[in-house]
Design a protein around this ligand. Sequence first.
Ligand code: M6R
Length: 629
Amino acid sequence: MCGIVGYIGYREATPILLTGLKRLEYRGYDSAGLALLEDLPRAVTSNGTETALVTGTRLVIQKCRGKVTELEELSALTPIHSTVGIGHTRWATHGAPSDINSHPHTDQNERLAIIHNGIIENYGQIRDRLAARGHTFRSETDTEVLAHLIGEFYSEERSLTEAVRLALNEVVGAYGIAVVAADDPNEIVCARKGSPLVIGVGNDNEYFVASDAAAIIAHTRQVIYLSDNEMATVSRSGIKTRTISNIEITKNIEVLDMELEAIEKSGFDHFMLKEIHEQPRTITDAMRGRVIEEEGDIVLGGLQNQLRDLRRAKRLILTACGTSFHAGLIGKYMIEQYARIPVEIEYASEFRYRNPIVGDDDVMFGISQSGETADTLAAMREGKRKGARALGIVNVVGSTIARESDGGVYIHAGPEIGVASTKAFTSQLTVLSLLTIMLGRMRHLSVVDGRAMIRELLLIPEKVQRILDDSEQQVKEIAEIFKDATNFLYLGRGYNYPVALEGALKLKEISYIHAEGYPAAEMKHGPIALIDENMPVVIIAPHDEVYEKVLSNIQEVRARKGHVIAIASEGDEKIKELAEQVIYIPRTMSLFTPMLSVVPLQLLSYYMACARGCNVDQPRNLAKSVTVE
Ligand code: M6R
């Protein structure tokens, strides 16, 4: 979704802001803009001969609909000498993507500029009130209303920080904001509620502001995370933090655990392909230091204080959105089979509003790559409110879900830049496998079985590597054959039913082909009506307990002339007679097959999108982390 970057220091702000915005492009956006405080004096030439000297500070706004490169071109037309500025990538909520709706927005007198992530829910009332006082609005956005409100409070007697604080006290909604003003040229004021904000502490009195550490990692690793209802005044001489109810607070500087190369493409054409190829390593990283092979047991550091609750839990509740939800669905199957604990899995967006029954015998896990998904966060807060222990399975270290959880497990997949989630999914599955073994060993799983599961799990990275080595070219060719299809069906049973959902989601997201995932047996109850000679059907059919049943489903598709692309276990010759295309994956225990079967599906969606000329890493309308509901 929207991205924020800010800079105050001694260097030229424009290139720092533009590079920061490029680092945020992966989050999804439709327009971009800068607000710069131009350092004066400046010589202004008029009539070709006369030269006047202008002093003071000037607020300059440069913004446009489109990509950051377009903003860069615009900005190059009028170079501005500035060492303080803020930049934004906007993902439209209020008002269509357009130059005028792009951020930054200014107040009535155009003295201050604001960039904003989130939604101001009561902007309509505030706008009416300000309009009655003579304000005129240029855009359709909630953000411009906030700019005007801050402007109302901002005066010679009242600092920018105080004006922002008073305005925020009137606001209902979610925000991460950064504000600059020409009359206070030596500071950036920022604040957060429900939308992440991090302040980077550089060397030599320079500071950065960002909604995502990726925007500033090239400059510093030392950061301060703002929490909800906190604000900061960032100047060259330091950072002052307070709550929006005006209580001064001291924040600790933390060190970012992120490498610059992790957010670069490293020779791959797209981040998505790089991330698919990283999976042998990221799965290993998710297991690192957590496995006690001899004891057939698992140690998850972030759950050590929760062991009592986990041991006596009557039920686990998993909640998540999108791909993380699919991982959770597989987690339910695993945990129920091996730990024999009832597990409910629910879309966070449903859970948060339907008044679910939750008690203090329940332990809840929010699963989220970004750790910022608004629905997942709200569902966890709701579960907590009702007495459950709320734990996180999260990728982004220091994210809101990670910070608000009572405990949890990082998946350690590293930054995931491609909008389509790939490596985070297999790392989530790895952590859910570890959790299954740990919970199983607390209850019904023997040391021998625990050990056997661990040994097999440790082989998964190598098996994923084999799939990448052996099937990538074949998948590319299959993508060429089916690239013009308009519909796809994905079928799987048991552990591979959620993989069918995930395969269909991946295809929809980046190739814009309509795709549906179904439990294979459900096909007869409706979707079979769609099958004809134009319908490719991807069927996940590893050699597991439901293999024979899946073969019957393949027959049903073939009988209606559908094109079957099967994902099957190595050595399965029988399936070759039934399916048009067979992609082989190594054999493993059933519960681990999703970590293998999903890989060809990730590659298929990737190569389909490439063959159709789609923007793989930044698909239309999508945002990497969905911080609004
Ligand atoms: O960051 P999260 O895991 O909480 O995100 C949840 C979904 O928004 C996310 O998985 C989305 O569905 C991806 N684009 C899937 O590829």
